[in-house]
Write a protein that binds this ligand. Structure first.
Ligand code: NDP
Length: 826
C-alpha cells in the first residue's frame, strides 16, 4: 500500500497503548487483599477469584473473595471511623477530596489502562471519558464538603453506607458513590463488581497515599452472594446505594424493607433515541454511535431504541449501515478502536441469546460485513429494523451493542412509543426545531433528556431514573440528599425512646390527650375563639356527639358510596362512637387511582394556578375553623385550644405550599462543555399516601399540600383512628376549585388499603405514616414496580414543629429532578 492508496482508503494502522506499567502494577500487588481500615488484609475465607481480560480471555489477576466475616470487619471499621469523620469540619473533608482528585489525575494513565484491561472497554473511552469524569466528581464534591454547613443546614450524615457497583463503568461508578458519601461525612464499605475490581483496588491505594483517615473508605472484593447480600442485610449499615440490574435492585428493596436503611437504586433502562424528520441526520448518526456502541452498549442509559420519524427512516438507516461498516472493533488498548470487548462470556452469551430471539420474533437483523476477533469476547454492532414494539428485543435491556429501530408519524406517537417501556432512565431527542424538542422533553418519562446530544454526564447534573429504572439521584445537589438526613430525626427519636420512661412525645399528646374537653372557658378565652360547649344552643356535647353524617369516599371530585356497602365506626378516646366512615376496598382504591391518573393535567397547569387553589383551600378552611377544631377535639380528646392551634397550623401550612408552588422550580447547571442543563423539579405522578394518626388534620394537610403543590395527584388513606378531619375536607375541596381527581380519599382499614395501593402498578410513589410493620409492608409491596417510598418506620414526628412538619424535605419527596441537556453558547 502506498501513500496514494492510503489517501484513497483512509485506512490507518494500529496505535496500541502499552499495557506494561499496568501489568507490572498488578504483578507487584497480587494476590490482592481486602482494603479494611486502610490496611490490606487477607480474606477470612483464604480464597481468591480470578479476574479475566475479556479481550483475550486470559487471567489478569487474583482478587480476594471476601465473606460475611470480612463484611463485619469492614462495617465495624467504617462505624468506628464515622465517629470522627462525621464530625470532621467540611473544609478538612474538602481537602482530602481535593487530594483524591489530584491523585486520580496523577495516576490517570495507569487507571485508564487498568480499566481497559479489566473491563474490555476501549482506552479511548477510559482515557478521555471515564477517568476525567472520576476526577471531576471528586473535585465537584470537594466543593460540597466545603459548603455543606452553609448549604445544607440542619442535615447530618447518615452513617455507614454500603455501596454496590456494576462492571460497566467500574471506577466511574465508584466515584459516583464514594465522592458524595464521603463529602457529606459518611464512611463507606464498597463492593466492586466481581469481574472488575482492579481500579477500585488502585483507588484504595490512592486513599492510603492521600492519608484519608482509616476506615472512611473500605473496599471488599468478592461475590454477590458472599459480600453483596451480607452488606445489604448488615444491621449496622445505615444506607445502601446500588447500581445494577433491576432484578437485583428489586431484591435489595425487599431485603431492606422495614429496616430503616436509606436506599438509592440506579437500575436498568431501555432508553429511546427519538429522531424527528427535521434533525441533522449526519449528527444523528454520530449520536447513535455514541448512544449504543459506546462501551459496547453496556450502558444503563444506552439509546437502545431508535425511534425515527417515518419519512426519514430509510435515509437514516442507510447512513447508519455505512457508518457501522466503518466502525473498528478490536484490541481495547488500540487507540484507534471504536469498540472493545464484552465484559464476560456470560454477558456475551446473553446478548447472543437475545439477538437470536429477535430474529426468531421476526425482526430484520443487520451486522457489518467484517468479522470480530476470534480471541476474547466480542460482539459486532447490530441493528434491528422491522421491530414490533411489544417484542422482547424492544422491551428487554440487552446491555450489548444492539440497536432496535421503530418508526413513528407524529410527535404524540413518538412520545407514546418512547414511554412504552417499564423503564425511565434517559432519552435523547433530535430535532432542529427547539420548540418541538422542548415540547417532547417534559413528556418523556426519564431522569435525563439529552437534546441533540446523548450520553452526557457531569458531576453537577444529577443522574437517575424513574419507574423501574430506580429512584434517587447521583450527582448535583439533589444527589447529596441521598447521603444526609435531617438532624432533628435522631434527636426526636432519642426523645421518643426516653419517653418510654414517662416523658410525653408529640405523638402521645396528639393521640392520647385525655384532658377534660370543651368545658374550658380557659381554652376559649386563651384562644379568643367561639367555643362550642356542652349545653349551648347547638346541642353539641362531648358526651353525646351527633352520629348524623356518614362521609363517603371522595373520588374524582365526587362523594361516592363505598363499593363494599359497609361502614366503620369512628370512636373517641373513650371508645364512644362519634361517627362512621365508608369501609373502602380494593375497588374503591382502583377507582381512586384511575381518577388520579385522569387528573394528570394538573401537573401541566401553571404553578401560579396551583398556588391560587392552595390559598383558596386555606381560605375555606379558615371559614370553618371552629368546626374543624371541634372535630379534632371529638376524635382525639385534646383540649380545644390545642385543636385550634392545629387548624391554624394547617392553614399556615397551606400558605407555605402555596408559596412554594411557584418557587421550587429547579436549577440550571453549567457543565464543562457546550451546553446547559435544566434541572427541572417535576411531579412524580400519582402518589398513594397514608396520613398519620397524630394531628389528624395537620398531618393530612402537611402531606397532601406539598404533593399537590408540586403537581402530583394523590390517593389518601386518612388516619384510621381519626379519619373525620380528612373527610370534612371534602366540602372544602369542592368549594376551592380543586380539579376533580387531584385529591382522592378512601377511608377504611389503613394498612389493608395501603397494601392495595403499594401493589398497584399505576401508582408512582407511596408515602406511609403509620406503624413500623405497615412501613415494612409498604416498602415490600412497592418493590413490584419499584415505586419510590417515603415511610416513617413507626416513628411519630411533631407535625406542629415547622422543622419536622414542612419544608424542602416534603418538596423533595414530591418531585423528581429531570435533567434536560440543551446545546447553549459557543
Ligand atoms: P447485577 O445487578 O447482578 O450486579 C451489579 C452489582 O450487584 C455487582 O456488584 C454484583 O456483584 C452485585 N449483586 C448481584 N446480586 C446481588 C445481591 N443479591 N445482593 C447484593 N449485591 C448483588 O448485574 P450483572 O453484573 O449480573 O448484570 C446483569 C444484567 O444487569 C446486565 O445484563 C444488565 O442488563 C444489567 N446491568 C445494569 C447495569 C446498570 O448500570 N443499570 C449495570 C450492570 C448490569 P457480582 O459482580 O459479584 O455479581
Amino acid at each position: 500500500m502506498n501513500v496514494m492508496d492510503i489517501f484513497e482508503t483512509m485506512e490507518y494502522g494500529p496505535a496500541p497503548e502499552s499495557a506494561t506499567p499496568a501489568l507490572q502494577w498488578i504483578k507487584e500487588h497480587q494476590p490482592f487483599g481486602l482494603f479494611i481500615n486502610n490496611q490490606w488484609v487477607a480474606p477470612t475465607s483464604g480464597q481468591y477469584l480470578e479476574s479475566i481480560n475479556p479481550a483475550n480471555g486470559k487471567p489478569l489477576a487474583q482478587v480476594a473473595a471476601a465473606n460475611s466475616a470480612d463484611v463485619d470487619a469492614a462495617v465495624a471499621a467504617a462505624r468506628a471511623a464515622f465517629e470522627s469523620w462525621g464530625k470532621t469540619p467540611g473544609h478538612v473533608r474538602a481537602r482530602y477530596m481535593y487530594a483524591i482528585a489530584r491523585h486520580i489525575q496523577k495516576h490517570s494513565r495507569l487507571l485508564a489502562v487498568l480499566e481497559s484491561l479489566d473491563n474490555g472497554k476501549t482506552i479511548r473511552e477510559t482515557r478521555d471519558l471515564d477517568i476525567p469524569l472520576v476526577a471531576r466528581h471528586f473535585y465537584y464534591h470537594a466543593g460540597w464538603a466545603q459548603l455543606m454547613s452553609s448549604e445544607l443546614p440542619g442535615y447530618e450524615p447518615v452513617g455507614v453506607v454500603g455501596q454496590i457497583i456494576p462492571w460497566n463503568f467500574p471506577l466511574l461508578m465508584l466515584a459516583w458513590k464514594i465522592a458524595p458519601a464521603v463529602a457529606m461525612g459518611n464512611t463507606v464499605v464498597l463492593k466492586p463488581a466481581r469481574y472488575t475490581s482492579l481500579t477500585a483496588l488502585k483507588f484504595a491505594e490512592i486513599v492510603q497515599e492521600v492519608g484519608l483517615p482509616a476506615g472512611v473508605v473500605n473496599i471488599l472484593t468478592g461475590e454477590a452472594s458472599q459480600v453483596g447480600e451480607a452488606l445489604v442485610r448488615h444491621p449496622d449499615v445505615n444506607k445502601i446505594a446500588f447500581t445494577g440490574s433491576t432484578d437485583v435492585g428489586r431484591s435489595i428493596r425487599r431485603a431492606t424493607a422495614g429496616s430503616g436503611k436509606k436506599l438509592s437504586l440506579e437500575l436498568g433502562g431501555k432508553s429511546p433515541f427519538v429522531v424527528f424528520d427535521d434533525a441533522d441526520l449526519d449528527s444523528v448518526v454520530e449520536g447513535v454511535v455514541d448512544a449504543i456502541w459506546f462501551n459496547q452498549g453496556q450502558v444503563c442509559c444506552a439509546g437502545s431504541r431508535l425511534l425515527v420519524q417515518e419519512d426519514v427512516a430509510d435515509s437514516l438507516i442507510s447512513k447508519l449501515r455505512v457508518r457501522m461498516e466503518k466502525l473498528r472493533l478490536g484490541d481495547p488498548l488500540d487507540k484507534a478502536v471504536d469498540m472493545g470487548a464484552i465484559v464476560s462470556p456470560g454477558q456475551l452469551k446473553e446478548i447472543q441469546r437475545l439477538v437470536a430471539q429477535g430474529v426468531e420474533e421476526g425482526a430484520d437483523m443487520w451486522q457489518p460485513s467484517w468479522a470480530c476477533p476470534t480471541e476474547g469476547y466480542f460482539f459486532p454492532p447490530t441493528l434491528f429494523t422491522n421491530v414490533s414494539p411489544a417484542t422482547t428485543i424492544a422491551q428487554v435491556e440487552i446491555f450489548g451493542p444492539v440497536l432496535v429501530s421503530m418508526t413513528f408519524r407524529t410527535p404524540a406517537e413518538a412520545v407514546a412509543l418512547a414511554n412504552n417501556t417499564r423503564y425511565g432512565l434517559a432519552a435523547s431527542v433530535w430535532s432542529e426545531n427547539i420548540n418541538l424538542a422542548l415540547d417532547v422533553a417534559p413528556k418523556i418519562k426519564a431522569g435525563s433528556v439529552w437534546i441533540n446530544c446523548t450520553n452526557m454526564f457531569d458531576a453537577s447534573s444529577g443522574f437517575g431514573g424513574d419507574r423501574e429504572s430506580g429512584f434517587g439521584r447521583e450527582g448535583g445537589k439533589e444527589g447529596l440528599y441521598e447521603y444526609v438526613r435531617p438532624a432533628w430525626e435522631a434527636q426526636e427519636r432519642s426523645k421518643q425512646a426516653s419517653s418510654t420512661n414517662g416523658a410525653a412525645t408529640p405523638g402521645d399528646k396528639a393521640l392520647h390527650g385525655t384532658q377534660p374537653v370543651l368545658s374550658g372557658d380557659d381554652d376559649e378565652q386563651a384562644n379568643g375563639h367561639n367555643v362550642w360547649r356542652a349545653g349551648d344552643e347547638s346541642g353539641f356535647t362531648a358526651a353525646l356527639p351527633p352520629i348524623d353524617r356518614t362521609p363517603k369516599m371522595f373520588i374524582k371530585g365526587k362523594q361516592v358510596r363505598p363499593d363494599s356497602g359497609y361502614s366503620r365506626d369512628v370512636v373517641d378516646p373513650q371508645q364512644r362512637v362519634i361517627g362512621q366512615v365508608g369501609e373502602g376496598n380494593r375497588k374503591d382504591v382502583r377507582n381512586a387511582v384511575e381518577a388520579a391518573h385522569a387528573a394528570s393535567g394538573w401537573a401541566a397547569g401553571t404553578t401560579h394556578n396551583r398556588a391560587q387553589i392552595l390559598y383558596y383551600i386555606a381560605e375555606n378552611l379558615e371559614v370553618r375553623e371552629n368546626e374543624f377544631a371541634r372535630r379534632i377535639v371529638q376524635q382525639t380528646g385534646r383540649p380545644l385550644a390545642d385543636a385550634h392551634e392545629e387548624v391554624q397550623a394547617a392553614i399556615s401550612r397551606l400558605f407555605s405550599y402555596a408559596a412554594w408552588a411557584d418557587k421550587y422550580e429547579g436549577a440550571i447547571h453549567r457543565p464543562p462543555l457546550r451546553g446547559v442543563v435544566l434541572a427541572m423539579n417535576e411531579a412524580i405522578g400519582v402518589i398513594g399516601m397514608a396520613t398519620p394518626d397524630e394531628y389528624p388534620l395537620l398531618g393530612f394537610v402537611s402531606l397532601v399540600a406539598p404533593a399537590i403543590a408540586m403537581g402530583n395527584t394523590v390517593i389518601v388513606i386518612p388516619s384510621q383512628r381519626s379519619p373525620l378531619s380528612a373527610t370534612d375536607c371534602y366540602q372544602v375541596f369542592e368549594t376551592s376549585d380543586l380539579p376533580d381527581g387531584v385529591v382522592n380519599i378512601v377511608t377504611g382499614e389503613r394498612d389493608a388499603l395501603c397494601q392495595v395501593l403499594a401493589d398497584h402498578e399505576d401508582v408512582d410513589a407511596m408515602w406511609y405514616f403509620g406503624s413500623a410493620d405497615g412501613s415494612k409492608q409498604v416498602e415490600l409491596a412497592s418493590a413490584g414496580n419499584m415505586k419510590r417510598t417515603w415511610v416513617n418506620y413507626g416513628h411519630a414526628r411533631n407535625w406542629l414543629d415547622s422543622e419536622q412538619g414542612e419544608g424542602e424535605e416534603f418538596l423533595r419527596e414530591s418531585t423528581q429532578v429531570k435533567n434536560i441537556w440543551v446545546p447553549y453558547g459557543e
